[in-house]
Design a protein around this ligand. Structure first.
Ligand SMILES: NC(=O)c1ccc[n+]([C@@H]2O[C@H](COP(=O)([O-])OP(=O)(O)OC[C@H]3O[C@@H](n4cnc5c(N)ncnc54)[C@H](O)[C@@H]3O)[C@@H](O)[C@H]2O)c1
Length: 260
């Protein structure tokens, strides 16, 4: 008997997958990787130029993708992104709910309610609204699949001066576990990926100061920042049938920062 019989490859052929925040950073890397593994990708972002550019790189490489402009905090937009995925590719088999912001930085005593609401709305409510739209369609149509949410190392540990970001990312871990439990028996797996500091446009903003960048690098035992492609690998695996027994997990891809 073939020693590998029964093992699934990380293969996404024939799947229709939504990637939010697909116009930049790890969302773009994930959309590209997922498409290269055979999925048809609906790239969702607020930013049109970035989203269109991601789609152009995928189609130039022979993959299948479309761009849908949507605000992930908006119920009508998220319903429309699901409809667009289904009408272009016939189904919705998975989603990488990844769009997010770092938001304002300050200790809580100097943190405005407006800044708090902004970060919580995009990072946590955005995942709630997106997942709800995806799961409504999937359950109504009896589709089994996989949903992956982007949390952060900040979903299980504190970072100084980021009360809303840290709270939002802890919230994404909690929401992921809660929804995973409700939908596992229906054949829909929900998990979270927890990136450490990773070199994307979002991080470039925070690490413009070389001292801060060096500090972030040395905080991660591996001694460097992550690359968006390294996060994309975990997202693609979680979206594939190769991770069929992984349910409600919060998986760190962080150069060791949460282990230290
Ligand atoms: N880069 C890091 O170091 C790091 C570490 C841990 C977690 N994360 C998380 O990873 C995710 C991706 O971050 P990134 O570093 O690739 O950032 P990025 O800024 O490069 O990409 C984020 C994308 O999300 C989009 N977006 C923001 N708000 C949106 C909204 N309301 N609706 C639709 N799209 C929206 C932006 O336009 C952008 O294209 C975020 O959730 C972030 O919090 C990043």
């Amino acid at each position: 008997m073939n020693a590998t019989a029964g093992f699934d490859r990380v293969d996404l052929s024939g799947k229709s997958i939504i990637v939010t925040g697909g116009g930049s950073g790890m969302g773009r890397a994930a959309a590209q990787l997922i498409a290269s593994r055979g999925a048809s990708v609906t790239v969702v972002d607020l930013a049109e130029p970035g989203g269109n550019e991601t789609v152009a790189t995928i189609t130039a490489a022979g993959g299948t993708a479309q761009f849908v402009r949507a605000d992930i905090t908006n119920e009508d937009d998220t319903a429309a992104m699901v409809e667009a995925a289904v009408s272009a590719y016939g189904s919705l088999d998975g989603a990488f709910n990844n769009a997010g912001i770092i938001g304002a930085g300050a200790p809580i005593t100097e943190f405005s309610l407006a800044d708090w609401n902004k970060t919580i709305t995009i990072n946590l409510t955005g995942v709630f609204v997106s997942m709800r739209a995806e799961l409504r369609w999937m359950t109504e149509h009896g589709v089994k699949g996989s949903i992956v949410n982007t949390s952060s190392a900040a979903g299980v540990m504190a970072y100084p001066n980021l009360p809303a970001y840290v709270a939002s990312k802890h919230g994404v871990v909690g929401l992921t576990k809660q929804v995973a439990v409700d939908y596992a028996a229906k054949g829909i797996r929900v998990n979270a990926v927890l990136p450490g500091s990773t070199m994307t446009p979002l991080a470039a903003e925070s690490f413009a100061d070389p001292e801060l960048k060096a500090k972030a690098e040395s905080a991660q035992p591996i001694g460097r920042l992550g690359e968006p492609e390294e996060i994309a690998e975990m997202a693609a695996w979680l979206l594939s049938d190769a991770s069929s027994f992984v349910v409600g997990s919060a998986i760190a891809v962080d150069g060791g920062v949460t282990a230290a």
